[in-house]
Unconditional design. Structure first.
Length: 284
């Protein structure tokens, strides 16, 4: 699988990443097989997980242990204050059976209050800086669901990366993403992508075929190819898979014959997007 550099870190990551939510609620042998296939057969070297993904860390730790030195492991915390962030970091390291993560991230930074808490006295940023000094986290980053909150957080530290929804419907219909990209690229940050396989919001009362997705994902392989082509055409390092193995397989298959998205392709996607309810910005 092709690899791209993560910002200024020098780290080369596969353009498709393994979303840890894939192993959530799975039996350990199933988790072991999913991870082994990802590394040995699909060639993936980038894994991302978080404590909020149910038991994903507990299942991913043993499954990933034989391959730990071969992969780039990213984790997150939703805690905003130092005490909680330290507790979650220690817990994640135990569950993941490792003495460090390669990338530690603030999770789902969405509003000004998040930034104020993280960077204020007793904020979680203190734990992140200490973790980097102690070798428990090699690089620091964050995920965000708001351009304004992300840009504000960037003012407080030269982060290595941002993990952000780069989704064709939200970008082309709502203009969600370009402002963040400009700010991150000016700083030389690596940009990692969420939601490449998202299509639209669930409709009220609609049966949910994919229970680990809070949105309605692409319906066909053809849509998966277009979604991945769009996301990777924006210059991101990698796109993280959703929570079901079907989408990881589609993404890895699409990567084999990936071609740049052309202007007519993007125009056609924009027409499709116009008819859909974009998942970002989120309605609150």
């Amino acid at each position: 699988m092709q690899k791209r550099m993560l910002g200024k870190t020098g780290e080369m990551l596969t353009v498709v990443g393994f979303g840890g939510i894939l192993v959530m609620n799975e039996e350990q042998p199933v988790a072991d097989r999913l991870v082994a296939r990802a590394v040995e057969e699909l060639g993936i070297n980038y894994f991302d997980v978080a404590p909020s993904y149910g038991d994903a860390e507990i299942k991913l730790g043993p499954a990933l242990e034989p391959y730990r030195k071969q992969v780039f492991l990213a984790c997150k915390t939703g805690e905003r204050l130092a005490e909680g962030a330290q507790r979650e970091l220690d817990q994640s390291l135990r569950r993941l059976r490792t003495d460090h993560v390669d990338l530690y991230q603030f999770h789902a930074v969405s509003k000004p209050e998040d930034v104020a808490q993280i960077t204020g006295p007793g904020g979680a940023l203190e734990v992140f800086l200490k973790a980097r000094e102690q070798g428990k986290a090699r690089y620091l980053g964050f995920s965000a669901h708001s351009e304004d909150a992300a840009i504000e957080l960037m003012k407080h530290l030269d982060f290595d990366s941002v993990l952000y929804p780069v989704n064709w419907t939200s970008w082309l219909k709502e203009g969600f993403g370009p402002k963040l990209f400009k700010a991150a690229q000016e700083k030389g940050m690596g940009i990692l992508a969420l939601k490449a396989m998202a299509k639209r919001r669930w409709q009220e009362g609609e049966p949910r075929k994919w229970p680990k997705c809070w949105y309605s994902p692409v319906d066909t392989y053809e849509e998966a190819v277009l979604g991945l082509r769009f996301t990777l055409s924006k210059g991101v390092t990698a796109a993280v898979s959703p929570g079901h193995a079907q989408f990881l397989e589609w993404m890895c298959e699409a990567e084999k014959t990936l071609t740049p998205l052309t202007a007519p392709d993007e125009a056609a996607l924009a027409e499709r997007a116009h008819e859909l309810a974009a998942i970002f910005p989120q309605v609150r």
